[in-house]
Design a protein around this ligand. Sequence first.
Ligand code: NDP
Length: 290
Amino acid sequence: MSQLIDGKAAAARVLAEVKAEVERLHAQDVEPALAVVLVGDDPASHVYVRNKVLRAGEVGIRSLEYRLPAEASADEVLEVVAALNADPAVHGILVQLPLPKHIDEVRVLEAIDPGKDVDGFHSENVGGLSQGRNVLTPCTPAGCMRLLHDTLGDLSGKHAVVVGRSNIVGKPMAALLLAANCSISVVHSRSVEPEKLCRLADIVIAAVGRPRLIDAGWIKPGAVVIDVGINRIEEDGRSRLVGDVDFAAVQQVTAAITPVPGGVGPMTIAMLMHNTVLAARQQTGQAIQE
Ligand code: NDP
């Protein structure tokens, strides 16, 4: 019987730790604060930002929202980022992606103070992660690592296959698994017979954005599967969210698997709160205790 990895429960545990840490910081007159910059009218981005702000409030993190119109210039966005970088009362800065097409995302992300970069997308943090330094780490892969450690304990010596190589999920995921002493394969759209490599894996991380691409034929019996994918599809006359993994079929062969929704999704926001508290601790000169 495959174990269902409960991302909601795991996220609740992370958020409880964060809340306790926020209370400790409050007692030392530090009020952790997260600034969220939203440019344009993308409905999904508005939902994500609302959820982040709500979750911050629940754990006692102060949130500030900066909304700019879709036609805002890159310079206007950069001005907001510069002001937030300079504000000692702001510990975390998140620019919600995607930005409107006329704004260079890389330029904006690189403008964020790396110490306040709670999404972990700044090249200084990306480089630090690959060197095994203690830096702010992208939230979704960090959340996947928590789920894996909760499920398997020590990951040393496991063979992990990451499906997808985006800067946001696949690449940092591979770096974190390597840091945890796994052997890594990363497969992508140019891989030849990716299912064959996948079938060798003790751990499969699916971050592709293709509904139910990964079926039971990709999975070694007894593997642990983490499904990052969030895909909205029309099925049986209704709209529903499914992952990159064919859950019903794959669950038959796995030792443990995350559902979609209720798996990785809740962990992403929880790890954002965790990063905000880490950033607040670092900026106020407090030791990091991981
Ligand atoms: P991207 O589109 O940036 O990257 C997708 C990756 O999958 C690419 O590296 C691509 O390869 C690879 N790929 C595409 N088709 C195949 C295929 N047939 N076989 C193997 N690899 C393939 O997506 P993201 O990484 O941003 O997101 C992936 C999924 O995770 C999406 O569903 C997204 O919604 C979800 N997501 C969920 C989050 C959460 O909180 N749960 C957070 C972030 C994302 P190539 O590089 O060659 O093009």
